[in-house]
Design a protein around this ligand. Structure first.
Ligand code: HEC
Ligand code: HEC
Ligand code: HEC
Ligand code: HEC
Ligand code: HEC
Ligand code: HEC
Length: 423
């Protein structure tokens, strides 16, 4: 007996150890991902040149002998030939030093890089908007369970038949499965349910285009303008503050700067999403063609045809990325000036996008969820802070005072009423 116990104990400990170890490996990998996102992702992509080089395959390029640790701890101090060429290539951008990272941290990050796989391209999914992966899993599970139930039923009926035969009870000839009315009805019902589910979900998703990224007439990079050169969003999209529309800048507004900036020599490497390189200077030439600007004489073309604009000038036909259906009312100033929301909450990190894409789903659920969660800048009668407009909500002021509520959400002021968003 005690021998069995010994074996059992040993087995138990080793299983425990294996489990512990695997949990550890998992958390190490997670740390790598988190560290990468927090520290490196602003400049590096794994598979694409970004501000810094693509990191994939680093092991085959960099010198061995712990170079990677020295590099990450202090890139500026590395003067070996490899580091020197690398720095020359990415001049004038230099990599930040990370002296705080231990060897294990660097190992975890680089392991994350090595293990990284490109995400499955996010084509608009038919199926449920959220957790469609789960619903597939549940679907398969349901099918398997149904199959098992079916088999058990068959076994059960066969057994019953056998025992009945033994006792000499007679039965009419059994109906085959495909003619059995109950099974047929159940099958048809199932088809209706599944078909209906997918039809309705597909219909709801019609016209939704998360990740939509059209090719624009000029490769205009927000990363270059709003990111590296820190031009304020409102310089070009001033409407976002004062009106419903955020507005797209006119050619004239571009020319305020580009009369003098006629070359692109910035640090950001310009590549399209498909990986093809872009010549920034040639793109600026395209802008000149739209503006009717003569680069050699540094003047606008004369207006010989008397239409009030320089000859040859025409507006740039930017392709609209975000587009709500016509039955929805959305107002930027309400969200920017009154609601104090950041552009990035709804549009993503535009300042890091070489080409703009639609970051969110722009679905009704998305609007409503935010209205349920977000607090308005409610007026505080005691210190007179907040949005004075809300001084009229007597009931909420009383409820706040009596601790019946602790904050006022957009929903509470009517942000989920149909007619607020629908014409
Ligand atoms: C401020 C931007 C920036 C950040 C942040 C940054 N890097 Fe870099 N990295 C660069 C640039 C630029 C280079 C190219 C060399 C140079 O000019 O300094 C580079 C080069 C490298 C290289 C050499 C790549 C090769 O192809 O040989 C590695 C490895 C690397 N970085 C890892 C990291 C890791 C890991 C982190 C996060 C802990 C990180 N970098 C954070 C900008 C950055
Ligand atoms: C120098 C001018 C300029 C600046 C600065 C600028 N943008 Fe833009 N933005 C444009 C132009 C031009 C377009 C149209 C071309 C395109 O979609 O890439 C545009 C397009 C957009 C779009 C997509 C519009 C659509 O068609 O749906 C969004 C969203 C946007 N900008 C947000 C921002 C945010 C947020 C910032 C600040 C981080 C910013 N922009 C800074 C010029 C600018
Ligand atoms: C406030 C000044 C300013 C405004 C306004 C401005 N730009 Fe630029 N633009 C720059 C700067 C700075 C650069 C980078 C030059 C460099 O680094 O060599 C640049 C670079 C570019 C480039 C080359 C890089 C790239 O993004 O492909 C293009 C094309 C360009 N601008 C187009 C436009 C267009 C189109 C507009 C109007 C919608 C515009 N710019 C408005 C300052 C401006
Ligand atoms: C609460 C979410 C939200 C915030 C915050 C937000 N936007 Fe938008 N933006 C939208 C929606 C939704 C659309 C599509 C509007 C439409 O189709 O009528 C849009 C459209 C745009 C467009 C296309 C032109 C237009 O007006 O339709 C630009 C440019 C733009 N936004 C820029 C900005 C800038 C710049 C900021 C920050 C100052 C900003 N947005 C903040 C949700 C937002
Ligand atoms: C990031 C959060 C956020 C998202 C996403 C968002 N909103 Fe809002 N919305 C707000 C806030 C905050 C206010 C309250 C502003 C205030 O204090 O009055 C608001 C107010 C409104 C109002 C005025 C409500 C009222 O009672 O006066 C309308 C209409 C509105 N939003 C429409 C939309 C639509 C349409 C969408 C989706 C396309 C949307 N919002 C997405 C945050 C959001
Ligand atoms: C906060 C803003 C907001 C409120 C409040 C709101 N809607 Fe919507 N609704 C939207 C947006 C945005 C869309 C477009 C969604 C899309 O294109 O996927 C939409 C789409 C719809 C559609 C078209 C079907 C679809 O999914 O595209 C119907 C029907 C609808 N809403 C009904 C209602 C009703 C009924 C109410 C009140 C109970 C309501 N909405 C309240 C923002 C709102």
């Amino acid at each position: 007996m005690s021998r069995y116990r010994k074996i059992f104990n040993r087995l138990f400990t080793s299983i425990f150890l294996v489990v512990l170890l695997s949990i550890n490996v998992e958390s190490l990998a997670q740390d790598g991902a988190a560290l990468f996102k927090a520290n490196c992702a602003s400049c590096h992509k794994v598979d694409k040149v970004f501000t810094g080089p693509a990191l994939q395959g680093w092991k085959d390029r960099v010198p061995g002998d712990g170079w990677i640790y020295k590099w990450i701890a202090n890139p500026a101090a590395q003067t070996d030939p490899y580091a020197t060429t690398l720095k020359a290539q990415y001049k004038p951008t230099v990599m930040t030093a990370f002296p705080q990272f231990k060897k294990e941290d660097v190992d975890a990050i680089m392991k994350y890089v090595d293990d990284w796989k490109p995400p499955v391209t996010d084509v608009p999914k038919s199926g449920a908007p959220d957790g469609s992966g789960d619903s597939l899993l549940f679907g398969i599970l349901t099918l398997v369970l149904a199959l098992i139930a079916f088999i058990l039923l068959q076994v059960n009926s066969n057994l019953r038949k056998l025992s009945d035969e033994k006792e000499g009870v007679m039965h009419p000839e059994p109906v085959p499965v495909y003619k059995n009315k109950t099974y047929l009805m159940a099958g048809i019902l199932l088809l209706f349910l599944v078909g209906g589910f997918y039809t309705i979900n597909g219909a709801v998703n019609l016209g939704r285009q998360k990740n939509y990224q059209p090719e624009q007439p000029i490769f205009y990079s927000h990363q270059v303008h709003a990111g590296t050169n820190q031009i304020s969003c409102l310089y070009c999209h001033g409407g976002a503050q004062d009106s419903k529309q955020a507005s797209i800048p006119s050619v004239n507004q571009c020319m305020n700067c580009h009369k003098s900036i006629n070359k692109y020599e910035g640090p950001d490497v310009l590549v399209r999403d498909d990986g093809s390189a872009v010549d920034g200077t040639a793109e600026i030439q395209k802008l000149y063609a739209y503006a009717g600007w003569n680069e050699t004489t540094k003047t606008y073309n004369p207006d010989n045809n008397k239409d009030g604009i320089p000859d040859g000038a025409r507006p740039i036909e930017w392709v609209k990325v975000h587009n709500l259906p016509d039955h929805v009312y959305f107002n930027h100033s309400q969200h920017i000036k009154v609601g104090k929301q950041d552009c990035q909450t709804c549009h993503g990190n535009i300042q890091q996008m070489p080409e703009v894409y639609q970051f969110t789903e722009l679905s009704m659920g998305w609007c409503i969820n935010c209205h349920r969660e977000t607090k308005v800048d409610f007026y505080n009668k005691d210190d007179k802070s907040g949005n004075k407009f809300y001084s009229i909500y007597e009931k909420f002021h009383n409820d706040l005072k009596n601790h019946k509520m602790d904050s006022v959400t957009v929903e509470a002021i009517g942000g989920t009423e149909c007619q607020k968003c629908h014409y």
